[in-house]
Design a protein around this ligand. Structure first.
Ligand SMILES: Nc1ncnc2c1ncn2[C@@H]1O[C@H](COP(=O)(O)OP(=O)(O)OP(=O)(O)O)[C@@H](O)[C@H]1O
Length: 609
């Protein structure tokens, strides 16, 4: 199957799903909430239709009764009209409450579902796409439009009943009046078109909204607050955020203007029909062929009809917005299925490695990037060794790590694990045998027990396993500071949460990586970048020592670092440059060759001397 995330960057975005699928998504989303609520809403809206028709008829009876002096008839009609109006109001209230309650339930569920589908995808390609981020942001708020659409479909049925009753009443007064409702058709068709303009504009504006949101969020972020004050750049950033908002607002206004122009065209046709029908009934009354009650009836039915047509336009717009949300959901489900298909390998992962991990002509580009991040990489990570990867910023070190973990698939070439293509391995089984800490490590704000224990789900609640992992990461001393020990809550999410320094968070991240008893690949991507250099060398030795279990099993410990004093202890050092392998060897071999490694090593050694 093709790599479709790349397609998205080229404009392959949400397309209309087949009608049956759209309706199924809509039904499942809404009825999953509370099916009884939807049924009661449908009943309410039918009662509203009947009460509306009863009001029109009884008002005619009241006027005609009064004109003819039949006061009993007129009063009875007035009483029934008041009762019908009461029923109408009460049913509308119940209907509104039902809608709001369902929207809240379904909204929460769609949000959870969207996040879950996204999180379950084995790779991370999708997270590199702004287009994906835009669609997901819309989908997470998709519950309300889906519920509105479902209610609107029920409304459409009730509106159809109301329009039929109106047609019958109008035809009763004069057959020609029966065609008046037809003039509403263009308005309904154009309402769907108007909604499409609004949605297109929302999507086009999404990037600017994201920029503005990001910049404004910095104003309340404690880390950003420091730099913003030091650089006194708050005003400049605020201006940029305002410009982004203004651009988004201009795009949305353009969409609203186009939508309004489209809707007004439809309404002009409706207005012409309304005026024509009124002129006709007045002419009939003047000729003595219609009563004053008939004039009132037609005027009132036309007003109701106009309301119904307006409701029809709104309803159509809401149905089309809901169906587009269903399309978006279908798109996400399909993309997730494709993503799972790309990771459908079933080959077993060996218990231990003998040959190691080999890269053959591996090429990889990020979406939209001008040049590959890795290009024609050939190398072997021998079984049971510690391998270090060095290189200048942007050389491709982290990208190499991501490919080895299977977050992305190579665009060309292949990675083999003891001879089996990584793409053919069962990805869940491979993940179960990989562990690591990454450059942008996770600050998991929960208890220490769970923040560290998350490194191995089956031992997450095991205090002994977490304590051992903390020891391997040299993070045990942290525990002594917290009276509640492993139960200490971490981070600002908690009122009493312990706040940690960057280095302390990083030690916990390393401890999380050390939870795994025997990974085949242990990645330590700049595991000491946030730690003090004095402690660093000793820590490296400790981490690598703690990973002895990995090497015994034929696994590879992969260190990514800019610190050459630490790197030198690795069995093998890979020097990356510009996405390719520049050199490979032991520390002594590389220094002996006097290439860029030797130069970087000497420069750093002199700086720390
Ligand atoms: N998500 C991304 N989208 C687009 N390009 C990216 C992305 N991540 C990295 N790149 C680009 O890929 C190249 C390699 O990046 P990578 O992060 O692998 O380098 P690195 O050697 O780990 O750098 P550093 O030492 O700064 O961490 C760089 O040119 C970078 O700009």
């Amino acid at each position: 199957m093709n790599v479709t995330w790349r397609g998205i960057a080229e404009g392959d975005t949400v397309r209309p799903a087949p009608t049956r699928r759209r309706l199924r998504i809509l039904r499942e989303a809404v009825t999953h909430g509370r099916p009884g609520l939807l049924r009661s809403a449908a009943l309410m809206i039918v009662l509203v239709s009947l009460a509306g028709a009863a009001t029109s008829l009884t008002l005619k009876g009241m006027v005609d009764g009064a004109a003819e002096g039949a006061w009993g008839y007129a009063l009875t009609s007035a009483g029934i009209a008041a009762l019908a109006a009461g029923v109408n109001g009460a049913c509308l209230r119940v209907y509104g409450n039902t809608h709001d309650s369902l929207a809240a339930t379904v909204g929460a569920r769609i949000n959870t579902e969207t996040v879950r589908i996204t999180g379950d995808m084995p790779g991370t390609d999708h997270l590199e796409h702004p287009e994906y981020a835009d669609q997901i942001a819309l989908l997470r708020k998709g519950g309300a439009p889906l519920v509105r659409a479902a209610f609107s479909i029920a409304d459409l049925v009730s509106l159809a009943v109301r329009v039929l009753i109106a047609v019958a009443l109008l035809a009763w007064v004069h057959p020609l009046l029966a065609v008046a409702p037809l003039l509403a058709v263009p308005s309904v068709l154009l309402a769907g078109r108007a909604q499409a303009h609004v949605e297109r504009a929302a999507l086009d504006a999404a990037e600017h909204v994201r920029t503005a949101d990001h910049l404004h969020s910095l104003f309340t972020h404690p880390t950003a607050a420091m730099e913003m004050r030091v650089f006194d750049c708050a005003d400049a950033l605020d201006r940029r955020a305002d410009e982004a908002w203004a651009r988004a607002a201009r795009i949305r206004l353009g969409g609203a203007v186009r939508a309004s122009a489209t809707a007004v065209a439809g309404w002009l046709v409706v207005a012409a029909g309304y005026v024509g029908a009124l002129l006709l009934v007045v002419a009939e009354a003047r000729a003595g062929r219609a009563t004053p009650g008939d004039v009132l009836l037609v005027a009132q039915v036309l007003v109701q009809l106009r309301g119904n047509v307006s409701a029809l336009a709104t309803t159509t717009r809401q149905v089309s917005a809901g169906l587009r949300m269903a399309d978006r959901y279908a798109w996400l489900v399909d993309r997730a299925a494709e993503e799972h298909a790309r990771y459908s390998g079933t080959a077993a992962v060996p218990d231990g490695l003998t040959a190691g991990i080999r890269l053959e002509g591996v090429r990889f580009s990020y979406p939209g990037a001008a040049r590959p991040a890795l290009d024609g990489v050939d190398l072997v990570l021998p079984a049971g060794r510690t391998v270090a990867v060095v290189g200048v910023n942007g050389a491709g070190k982290t990208t190499l790590v991501k490919l080895l973990c299977g977050f992305h698939r190579p665009d060309g070439g292949r990675i083999t694990v003891d001879g089996t293509d990584l793409a053919d391995l069962d990805i869940a089984a491979w993940r179960a045998r990989t562990s690591g800490t990454f450059q942008n490590f996770l600050r998991l704000e929960t208890s220490v027990q769970h923040s560290v224990g998350a490194g191995l789900a089956e031992r997450m609640d095991d205090p002994a396993a977490v304590t051992a992992a903390l020891r391997r990461a040299d993070a045990e001393a942290l525990l002594a500071r917290w009276p509640e020990g492993l139960e200490t809550a971490l981070g600002r999410s908690y009122r009493e949460g312990a706040e940690l320094s960057g280095g302390q968070w990083q030690r916990l991240a390393v401890a999380r990586a050390m939870m795994h008893p025997a990974p085949l690949l242990l990645v330590l991507d700049e595991p000491t970048a946030a730690l003090d250099p004095v402690a660093e060398h000793a820590l490296y030795e400790r981490y690598v020592g703690a990973a002895a279990r990995v090497r015994e099993n034929g696994g590879t410990v992969l260190l990514v670092s800019h610190r050459f004093s630490s790197v030198r202890m690795a069995d093998l050092i890979i020097v990356l440059n510009g996405g390719g392998v520049e050199d490979i060897g032991t520390h002594d071999e590389l220094v002996g060759r006097d290439g860029s490694y030797a130069l970087m090593f000497r420069q750093q050694a002199a700086a720390f001397a």
